[in-house]
Design a protein around this ligand. Structure first.
Ligand code: GLV
Length: 325
């Protein structure tokens, strides 16, 4: 008998076709997502769930997922899932790493460049017909090349951002809970520094840490005050890593020069003050959103779910303790 899988939200059709070869699929084919109550009703007779970062799997929800053996999240981040609670119930949890590393790093750099060189302001200036003459200091911004890039979190995406920084002849500082392997430090020319030194010396600060209690609001008023007044913050990690109200205040008062922000504390809501500022480039959580990468993420999650349901260990298992030994 085929296992039953719930897909909680629209994903790429090739992943649905693959799932249908291996399972009975209940497809919530909408971009709205399911409420916690709807999710619990639809999950009732399912063994597998293919979820997205907007689905919240708290311990209370997980404790009601009788019969579910795998939650395959279509995202590299998994802060939407209480993994220890899933482990207690022997539910496997998987994510979609690697396929989105370069795509996300590309976008972090796009935000960095857009904020530094005032690309969006330039577009609006031309578009609104304000461009009437060439001016020596029209929309002057910050140089990127040969400047200092500070990276919080030197995992896969942090390293990919560092690689891009190298291409721009940047000096690269980083801070993380653990040092990167020496071979990586050497290859990318990285210098491990304290968080404070990173903030004080960097022209660009890019965040690539997972959201955990230790990283929630790790960028707040105190950190912005340590940054250079010419510095730019880039966040493509998770919204709550940054205190959004404190960021809006720091940008408004020019404590820092600018920001490129893809993720927000209460998506899709954005702090109203941020919406009024010109020195921030805002994006709707699209760092991994290339056609190829979003297809690969959909497919990878589908494969993770099928592997688990067919009794194999999924390639991207986050809680091996939950797997049968
Ligand atoms: C996107 O934010 C992801 O975690 O994949």
């Amino acid at each position: 008998m085929k296992p039953h899988v719930l897909v909680t939200k629209r994903i790429y059709p090739e992943a649905i076709a693959y799932l249908k070869q291996h399972a009975e699929v209940d497809y919530a084919e909408s971009d709205d997502g399911l409420s916690a109550d709807e999710l619990l009703v639809r999950a009732r007779d399912k063994q597998g769930l293919v979820s997205q970062l907007t689905d919240k799997f708290s311990a209370a929800v997980i404790d009601q997922l009788d019969g579910v053996r795998v939650i395959a999240n279509v995202a590299v981040g998994f802060d939407n899932i209480d993994v220890p609670a899933a482990t207690r119930r022997k539910i496997l949890v998987t994510n979609t790493p690697e396929v989105l590393t370069d795509t996300t790093a590309d976008f972090a750099f796009a935000l960095l460049m857009a904020a530094a060189r005032r690309v969006v302001e330039g577009h609006q200036f031309v578009h609104s017909g304000k461009w009437t003459k060439w001016r020596i200091d029209l929309l002057v911004g910050q140089d990127i090349h040969h400047r200092t890039l500070g990276i919080f979190g030197m995992g896969r995406i942090g390293q990919a951002v560092a690689r891009r920084g190298r291409g721009f002849s940047m000096r690269i500082l980083y801070h993380d809970a653990v040092c990167a392997p020496e071979s990586v430090e050497r290859e990318l020319g990285l210098e491990f520094v304290t968080a404070e030194r990173l903030l004080r010396e960097s022209d660009f600060v890019s965040l690539h840490v997972p959201l955990m209690p230790e990283t929630r609001h790790m960028m707040s008023a105190e950190q912005f005050r340590m940054m250079k007044p010419t510095a730019i913050l880039v966040n493509t990690s998770r919204g709550p890593v940054v205190d959004e109200a404190a960021l809006a205040e720091a940008l408004e008062k020019r404590v820092i020069a600018g920001a490129g922000i893809d993720v927000f504390e209460n998506e899709p809501r954005v702090d109203p003050k941020l919406l009024t500022l010109e020195n921030v480039v805002l994006a709707p959580h699209i760092a991994s959103a290339s056609v190829d990468t979003r297809k690969k993420m959909s497919m990878m999650a589908a494969e993770n779910a099928v592997e688990a349901l067919e009794g194999r260990r999924p390639a991207n298992l986050l809680n091996p303790e939950a797997a049968p030994q």
